[in-house]
Design a protein around this ligand. Structure first.
Ligand SMILES: C[S@@+](CC[C@H](N)C(=O)[O-])C[C@H]1O[C@@H](n2cnc3c(N)ncnc32)[C@H](O)[C@@H]1O
Length: 411
């Protein structure tokens, strides 16, 4: 049987004159972006540019309450301080929430991952377009003194050992198109991250483990309310020694003058913007409940310390914290425990049914004892041989298993 005829046959052709290197370049870019032909790639570029132009024109329709009415979200469960909503968070942002009512948006949107996870990721190329209505909603509901914190992982481009720029594009879009300020970027280092993608890291040995998520802390004005005194870290042993035994003011080799005040005990050290939090939790109240009720465990939960750090640093008790991509409601759980008002919204009822474990029979409390510090080694600590570099950059796959043994014997 022949192929059914297309409703819109591609009957027209056009030729594009290119140099050899332009052609090679384009074919490589098309393959790297996952397109079978240069024609498909060009069609994609045209469509993308058309959409970008449409979004940039003054006539582009702003997102409004009529597009995203409050009726598309419903309260799912309420606690003393907060409410879980089920539905599309754009409806919450344009319909339910009042303008300039929110002190902190703490969230982790679906990532533009190449290998899609099962909670509806968007293709990296379309990510910014998809995000626009949320960005507009965030601007609408945030107070001038408020903050927007977005935890977002990076992504590899399909088929090549190179990285997508989507999370940087998102940051630039939020600042340049929506007027957010980058208060400070943070990096969440997960010491227990597995070395992926195995092909680049373990097989071809041409990249290293990708173990950090970027966390963009943004604000509608350059002056969001904040205090680093709320998130102090334990002093290092050398600082404790110095506090106990005194310090003589002196000039460092860099010329930096360290004053007497350096020896003052402030109750802890100002933390760096690298947040070391292992995300290994595989048992506990939430998981036990989900397993018992045969509810799907959310595949991308926050470790509680991540929202806790930002909620403590950026909000006061009684302030309003919102997570528009709430998932299993870790943000809500932490906000409840810290006496902040909160709202979490998620499309998927199943995730919210699982989230109930965090609030019933009584709201979960935050752990008193925190994990030990993780060692972070300085680079090049081990003596290493000058093994040959992978000269073709890993383009060809090294032989593995029996083939590698045969090759070794032959040599
Ligand atoms: C990365 S997960 C967030 C996980 C969450 N931080 C936690 O700790 O469980 C992203 C969530 O966004 C939800 N989501 C995607 N689009 C949405 C939308 N338009 N409105 C509300 N939720 C949405 C997905 O169902 C998914 O649970």
């Amino acid at each position: 049987m022949g192929r059914p005829k297309s409703k819109h046959p591609r009957a027209r052709t056009t030729s594009v004159r290119l140099t050899d290197s332009e052609h090679e370049d384009m074919a490589r870019a098309a393959a790297a972006a996952g397109f079978k032909t240069v024609s498909d790639y060009l069609r994609h570029l045209h469509e993308r540019s058309r959409r970008e132009q449409a979004a940039a024109t003054p006539e582009a329709q702003p997102n409004t309450a009529s597009q995203f009415p409050a009726s598309l979200v419903r309260p799912f469960h309420s606690t003393q301080h907060g409410t879980i909503y089920q539905g599309d968070s754009r409806s919450f942002l344009f319909g339910t929430a009042a303008e300039r009512s929110v002190d902190l948006i703490m969230t982790s949107p679906p990532f533009g991952l190449v290998r899609k996870k099962d909670y509806g990721n968007e293709d990296a190329h379309r990510y910014c377009d998809w995000f626009r209505p949320f960005a507009e909603g965030f601007r609408r509901v945030l107070k001038d003194s408020g903050s927007l914190v977005i935890d977002i992982g990076g992504a590899w481009k399909p088929g090549t050992p190179t990285r997508s720029l989507y999370h940087f594009e998102l940051l630039i879009m939020l600042c340049e198109e929506y007027g957010f300020h980058l208060a400070q970027e943070h990096y969440w280092w997960n010491p227990s991250k597995l070395p992926t993608p195995a092909e680049w890291v373990n097989v071809r040995r041409i990249r290293v483990k990708d173990a950090v998520n970027t966390v963009w802390w943004l604000s509608p004005t350059p002056w969001p309310k904040a205090s680093n005194r709320r998130v102090l870290a334990p002093y290092s042993p050398s600082m404790l020694d110095l506090l106990a035994n005194g310090y003589t003011a002196k000039t460092r080799p860099s010329g930096h003058v360290i004053s007497e005040k350096f020896g003052h005990d402030n109750g802890g050290a100002v933390p760096p913007n690298l947040l070391a939090i292992a995300n290994t939790e595989s048992s506990g109240r939430y998981q036990d409940f989900c397993r018992g009720e045969e509810i799907e465990i959310h595949p991308a939960r926050f470790p509680p310390q991540l929202p806790e750090y930002f909620i403590r640093m950026l909000t006061d008790p009684g302030d309003l914290v919102v997570d528009p991509f709430g998932g299993s409601c870790v943000t809500g759980m932490v906000a409840e425990a810290l006496g902040r008002r909160w709202a979490c919204v998620d499309l998927e009822e199943e995730y919210l049914r699982g989230a109930m474990a965090r609030f019933r029979p009584v709201p979960a409390s935050l752990p008193k004892l925190r994990t030990k510090p993780y060692p972070l080694h300085a680079p090049c600590m081990l003596p290493a041989e000058e093994v040959p570099l992978v000269a073709d950059g890993g383009k060809t796959r090294p032989p593995v298993g029996a083939a590698a043994k045969r090759e070794a014997v032959a040599v």
